[in-house]
Write a protein that binds this ligand. Structure first.
Ligand code: NAP
Length: 510
């Protein structure tokens, strides 16, 4: 199991000690004293205090600017401070590969057994190939390093797979991290691939490297302590993706039923390449969101007939080496809308049938979610109208479902009848741009029910204005929970989803 280390980046010794206490209280195993962040650092005095007062095992790092750190300092002074850390009994010191030979020579014969030397290499440009990383490991090992540390930069999420492969086969303790927002999985999955340690910031804004999650997120969102070599990996593919509450919901659900599984965010640029690279059975299933749901149909080996009809896949499982694609969005959204209408005793035009039957159902957006909603509404007997930024995409759906297209510029004045249903399936109003709505408020009085697929925030501007206009608001949270229930059951071959746990997980995390 990888250790969890919080880097301390305060500018004063007092604050660093306070942060060290907080790190311990937050669940860290190790803290890293980033001496290069300290203002007016006095080696003997400051290190003396920091190491005397330490309450957790400690890494001492004094990162120079030439390796991405904070200080430009005489190299002899810098290495002298690291030697002092060894003398004072620090559990670990981190020395850069370029300085390692000199440092190792200077402590040869003097190193107390206690101190492990981490020899580190940082690449802020890219992630080398597996062969180049393997050679780098050998080079670091040859310095006599106790622990190898390699941090690279992800230009694409598939770069992380290079690091995973190297870590999984490494014979020495290794810290392998891929920086940047496309590299976050390298931090979350460190234990799965045999990493010695991972870094997490004490809180947002106190990161020592790009892409570091907070310790709270690592422990509470990603269930870091439960991840091990056998853990099955699931996750949400999207771009953007970090707004997704999938990890909160599924990780709580997995642990509540005792499943050895973790659910992560995948920030994916090139879907076919991603699917090709993460093709091992460890990557057991995926969810798919904006903007990849349609292309996902082509990336699966088999697509369920309903998902094929819709033209969008949001749930994928791997079975016998094949990727099977499904659509759980449509039933999730449509059942939420039907239940809200039934709760108000609103009937459709077919006795005992769906309350949507016969209604005019207007969908804004023609992407994966738009297609799902339009398909579902049609299935339930509604008349469908689609409005979208790109007219042609709306026309394609309308033609396939026998519906009509409303040019986006005419949506505001479209009200051939009262009591219509409106479903927004665009990201307009989603975090972080929450102040906007896809339709003017004045148009909402013609709708009996307004559904918004967005669930971050829960109360979008569209739903707030719909309520004010007298419509029944239905939140994307309902769709999210219901489609997630369907996905959970696919992932687990039909085990019932812990719906209450899932609901609480989504609603409790703002
Ligand atoms: P998608 O396939 O990328 O489709 C997005 C649609 O929104 C496209 O039709 C696009 O128009 C339109 N659009 C994007 N930006 C726009 C803008 N600034 N102004 C006007 N139209 C815009 O995405 P998706 O997977 O369908 O997801 C769409 C939204 O639904 C996202 O906010 C997602 O989080 C949400 N969603 C929620 C759930 C849930 O469970 N609650 C499930 C799925 C999706 P063009 O055709 O012109 O590009």
């Amino acid at each position: 199991m990888a250790l969890l280390c919080v880097p301390l980046v305060a500018s004063s010794v007092d604050q660093m000690l306070l942060d060290a206490d907080k790190a311990k209280a937050s669940g860290a195993d190790v803290v890293e004293l980033r001496l290069d962040f300290l203002k007016n650092f006095q080696p003997r005095q400051d290190l003396g205090v920091l190491l005397r007062e330490k309450k957790l095992p400690t890494i001492v790092t004094y990162r120079p600017k030439w390796e991405g750190g904070q200080v430009e300092v005489d190299e002899q002074k810098r290495l002298g401070a690291l030697r002092l850390a060894v003398e004072l009994g620090s559990d670990y010191v981190d020395v850069e590969l370029k300085a390692a030979d000199e440092f190792m020579k200077s402590i040869s014969g003097k190193k107390p057994e206690k101190t492990k030397v981490i020899v580190s290499s940082h690449n802020y440009e890219n992630t080398p190939s597996v062969d180049d990383l393997t050679n780098l490991v050998a080079k670091i090992q040859s310095t006599g390093a106790g622990i190898v540390k390699i941090a690279t930069t992800a230009k694409d999420i598939t770069d992380v797979s290079h690091m995973f492969r190297v870590m999984a086969h490494c014979q020495v303790p290794i810290i392998g991290l891929v920086m940047g927002d496309r590299g976050v999985i390298s931090r979350v999955l460190a234990s799965k691939f045999g990493g010695y340690l991972t870094f997490a910031s004490l809180e947002a804004g106190k990161e020592s490297a790009d892409g570091q999650p907070t310790i709270k997120d690592l422990l509470e969102v990603y269930n870091f302590r439960q991840v091990g070599r056998e853990t099955q990996i699931y996750g949400i593919i999207g771009k953007p993706v970090y707004h997704s509450k999938g990890p909160v919901l599924y990780n709580k659900a997995f642990s509540s039923v005792g499943l050895d599984a973790v659910y992560v965010h995948y920030l994916v640029d090139d879907l076919p390449h991603f699917v090709d690279v993460y093709s091992s059975p460890d990557f057991a299933g995926f969810s798919c969101t904006i903007p990849h749901k349609e292309i996902m149909c082509e990336c699966c080996d088999e697509v369920d007939p309903v998902a094929k009809d819709i033209g969008a896949v949001n749930a994928i499982i791997r079975r016998d080496g094949k990727l099977l694609g499904y659509n759980t969005d449509y039933i999730g959204a449509i059942s939420a809308i039907e239940d809200a209408l039934r709760a108000e005793n609103i009937q459709g035009n077919v006795p005992g049938g769906s309350p949507l039957a016969g209604k005019l159902f207007v969908v804004i957006g023609a992407g994966g979610a738009g297609k799902s909603l339009a398909y579902g509404a049609k299935e339930k007997g509604a008349r469908v109208a689609i409005s979208n930024r790109s007219y042609d995409r709306a026309k394609e759906i309308a033609d396939s479902l026998g519906g009509q297209v409303i040019p986006l510029s005419e949506l505001e004045h479209f009200h051939p009848e009262e009591g219509m249903i409106l479903a927004n399936t665009t990201p307009v109003g989603m975090q972080p741009k929450t102040g906007v709505s896809p339709i003017p408020k004045s148009a909402l009085k013609h709708y009996r029910l307004v559904f918004d697929a967005i669930y971050t925030p829960i109360d979008t501007r569209l739903l707030t204005e719909a309520k004010e206009a007298g419509a029944i608001p239905v939140s994307g949270v309902e769709m999210f929970l219901r489609q997630a229930k369907g996905q959970f059951e696919l992932y687990t071959d039909g085990s019932p989803a812990p719906v209450d746990v899932m609901r609480e997980a989504v609603l409790s995390k703002k």
